[in-house]
Design a binder for this molecule. Structure first.
Ligand SMILES: [Fe+2]
Length: 129
């Protein structure tokens, strides 16, 4: 249930971003902006829920949870992109860019699930040097 709800919220980020960028309607732009703000807060809330649910799981359980969520999200992202391909193409988003935006939105959840391993303040670019 939590995975399904959160996947929808994660995929809403590139969807409403594309809608915002493509529409000529100021009202629809304002609605899309508000939805994006709301979803960002929802994702922070869901990150806490995921961390709470995973608290009793061991490292392997947390890894499996994250992996299953990524698989579910990956499959859902293919479906959403396909159903709204016209919008995403007009916004200049390829399927990979769409997927990338949704997975970057997963960051708060990933951080909460793994904060024992990676401090929240850690800049992951430090690992790329
Ligand atoms: Fe939401």
């Amino acid at each position: 249930m939590l995975v399904t709800l959160t996947s929808a919220e994660l995929l809403a980020i590139p969807f409403y971003q594309a809608l915002h960028d493509v529409t000529q309607s100021p009202a629809l732009k304002a609605i899309a902006t508000q939805v994006l703000r709301d979803e960002a807060q929802h994702l922070e809330f869901q990150a806490d829920n995921f961390a709470l649910c995973a608290r009793s799981r061991g490292d392997l359980g947390k890894m499996v949870t994250i992996l299953l969520h990524w698989i579910a999200m990956g499959m859902a992202s293919i479906l959403v992109y396909t159903l709204h391909a016209k919008l995403f193409r007009r916004a200049g988003l390829s399927p990979l860019q769409f997927w990338s935006i949704a997975f970057r939105a997963y960051e708060p959840i990933f951080k909460k699930m793994t904060e024992r391993f990676v401090p929240i303040e850690t800049d992951l670019r430090a690992y790329l040097r």
